[in-house]
Write a protein that binds this ligand. Structure first.
Ligand code: NFS
Ligand code: SF4
Length: 660
């Protein structure tokens, strides 16, 4: 198990953990120490796929009761995790496709087609004829086409053709182009049932196909449909961390992943009648804040504050100042329900797919969404008088962040609508002003110090002139420490800093939620096809890093980045650490096959070293100018200060006191 010295570097979290201790309350941080996960299962050495087992591969045991080898069971375990992650992202996309369909047919009056240009761009990609059709008719066709891709039996899903030509051909040659999203997921579970596919390499090759059904299927449709319904993000400034909660307002937290319910909660909370109702209960107003990806999806589009990432969900309740936490699907800890009973907080589940015992269940459907959302918000307001002031403790930390760099905006910012392109970015990489790119994304995991990996790795990368993009809980982490502001360019190497100054962007770009990792695929494709950096994603000097991963969804993302040609490094620990052969297969083996590889490396410093070495090797293979940090060292207009240290953070250097 990793040796962890402290639980978190977040001062707000530290104060609340202290508070939890005073109250005798345990959180995931404490349960990590008490529970001690099974070391056999943790490294993938346990098979429980049939009732002759579970078979544990320890000591001299090298086969299961059925004779399955260690490699087979490792491959099956990993493939199943990737399939479950793919199912989650994709089922989220399916919900959105149904919302779009209902909106297009006039059956979801509270949802509108907010971004018609995006709808038309998506329709064009899908070859849907638009002449003489109304916006609603086009939207209906887009929704139907997405749903078709879920149930498609043959051929390939629509978005395969969005990849670089060379990549598409490779996938087709290897049989990796997903036929249908549901089909690949179902087949993964079939193949890994007892007594079926028992060739580890064969199992894991299919796992790559499954993951592509996520990246270029479910996740990409999620992103597109969310943009159509709620608007394509553009940079917006929001506040982050638990200090956004208010002493004198009804605090409502939305947490989860699917954006449509949260969007309705947001609209309900802005309704003058609902606000008046809150005032009638003695509150000054309604304060909505978000946790995890629901926050990244909805709130950043409209500048609403973020309460924090995955490990902040219990801490938010510990403030004693939250009237309701409204959750939909994914990454919701069951622990929040018993915890909420120690305070006045109500946990309300809103997805027909997810109930939690002891929580209030008010499912939101697309047909009467807003009226249900108003009911939910009123339930929170009714709870406001129950807040016990002697128990509230809101840590006074927030920070400013700029988020909302959609791939469309990244193209736009490099030339405006007149001449948008990836030419400036590609040129900067070719000249060595920017050394390369990195996506630093993913979860929190209480097995490592919360946010420490993100802050360390990103700081080192930008110092070394690597442009960073982030999503998901990684985005929250960056936001909390002020790393998403233009001022962060003070910490960038001189070449990268100059580019950031010229365009006016931070060196770390927040691209959205975890399904928005699909936006990174689009950016990589645009860079690979712009010219000068090879002709496939695997040619690019780029890496993916998930330093604090924990979920099956994270593994699905890791796998689709690999299958798309990206070197991907995961932190914490390896779920296949019990087999050297499988470890080699998913790194060296996959690299030979698809040009990307998956490695697990717990040490953040080594992650940075590996990332830089890979970027330099790719630069060399492309015969680009050698990267020399001193070459463009002219730009000194920013004096670097230590904005990221907990000390600086505590002093309030970058944490203006709870601004609204
Ligand atoms: Ni991604 Fe978003 Fe966070 Fe991990 Fe969970 S919230 S979908 S899975 S923990 S980054
Ligand atoms: Fe054991 Fe084989 Fe059953 Fe797995 S499938 S539990 S290895 S007998």
């Amino acid at each position: 198990m990793p040796d962890k010295k402290k639980k978190t570097i977040d001062p707000a979290a530290l104060e609340l953990l202290e508070r939890a201790k005073e109250l005798g309350i345990q959180t995931a941080f404490d349960r990590t120490e008490i529970t001690k996960p099974c070391p056999i299962g943790r490294e993938g050495n346990c098979c429980r796929l049939c009732f002759m087992g579970p078979c544990r591969f320890v000591g001299k045991t090298n086969e299961g009761i059925c004779g399955a080898s260690r490699e087979t069971i490792q491959a099956r375990n990993l493939a199943r995790m990737i399939a479950a992650g793919t199912a989650s992202h994709s089922d989220h996309a399916r919900s959105l496709a149904f919302v779009l369909l209902a909106a297009a047919r006039g059956e979801a009056p509270d949802f509108k087609i907010k971004d018609e240009p995006k709808l038309r761009r998506v329709a064009a990609i899908l070859d849907i004829p638009q002449d003489g059709k109304t916006v609603e008719q086009i939207a209906e066709q887009v929704a139907l086409r997405a749903l078709e891709d879920f149930g498609r039996q043959d051929g390939e899903i629509s978005y395969v053709k969005r990849a670089p030509k060379k990549r598409q051909e490779l996938w087709r040659r290897l049989g990796l182009a997903p036929r249908g999203i549901d089909r690949e997921v179902v087949e993964a579970f079939h193949r890994t049932h007892m007594g079926n596919d028992q060739d580890p390499e064969h199992i894991l090759t299919h796992a790559l196909a499954v993951s592509l059904a996520d990246g270029w299927g479910g996740s990409m449709f999620s992103t597109d449909i969310s943009d159509i319904l709620f608007g394509t993000p553009t940079p917006v400034s929001v506040r982050a961390n638990l200090g956004v909660l208010k002493e004198d307002e009804v605090n409502i937290i939305v947490h989860g992943h699917e954006p449509h319910g949260a969007q309705m909660i947001l609209e309900a909370s802005q309704d003058p009648e609902v606000i008046a109702y809150a005032k009638s209960k003695g509150a000054k107003g309604i304060n909505l804040a978000g946790i995890c990806c629901t926050a990244n999806e909805v709130l950043v589009r409209q500048g609403i504050p973020l309460a924090g990432n995955f490990l902040h969900q219990e801490l938010a309740i510990l403030t004693g100042a939250v009237e309701a936490m409204i959750v939909d699907v994914q990454c919701i800890m069951e622990a929040i329900v018993p915890l909420s009973r120690r305070f006045h907080t109500k946990i309300i589940t809103t997805s027909p797919k997810a109930k939690i015992e002891g929580a209030m269940h008010i499912p939101i459907n697309e047909h009467e969404a807003l009226s249900i959302a108003k009911l939910i918000v009123k339930t929170a307001i009714d709870n406001y008088p129950n807040r016990d002031r002697s128990k509230t403790f809101i840590p006074d930390y927030t920070n400013v962040q700029v988020a909302g760099f959609s791939h469309e905006y990244i193209a736009y910012m490099q030339g405006g609508s007149y001449r948008e392109s990836f030419r400036p970015l590609n040129d900067a990489i070719m000249q060595g002003r920017i050394r390369g790119g990195a996506g630093v994304v993913g979860c929190n995991n209480p097995w490592v110090t919360q946010d420490e990996g993100f802050v360390y790795i990103i700081r080192e990368l930008i110092k070394n002139d690597v442009l960073v993009v982030t999503t998901g809980c990684g985005g929250h982490a960056c936001g909390k420490y002020g790393m998403l502001t233009p001022e962060t360019m003070a910490h960038a190497g001189p070449g990268l800093r100059e580019v950031c100054q010229a365009i006016g962007i931070p060196p770390v770009l927040h691209m959205g939620s975890c399904v928005d990792n699909s936006r990174i695929l689009t950016v990589l494709t645009q860079m690979a096809t712009e010219g000068g950096l090879g002709e496939d994603i695997s040619d690019l000097p780029a890496v993916g890093i998930a330093p604090e991963w924990m979920s099956e969804k994270a593994l699905a993302i890791g796998a689709y980045f690999v299958a798309s040609g990206v070197y991907t490094i995961f932190g914490v620990d390896s779920p296949v650490g019990g087999s050297q052969a499988i470890t080699k297969l998913i790194s060296q083996g996959w690299e030979e096959m698809v040009g990307g590889k998956l490695e697990f490396e717990p040490d953040p410093q080594k992650m940075v070293e590996k990332a830089l070495a890979h970027i330099d090797a790719k630069r060399k293979a492309l015969k680009l100018e050698e990267y020399r940090p001193d070459r463009y060292a002219q730009s000194q207009s920013y004096v670097p200060g230590d904005a990221f240290s907990a000390e600086a953070y505590k002093k309030g250097l970058y944490s203006a006191k709870k601004a609204s």
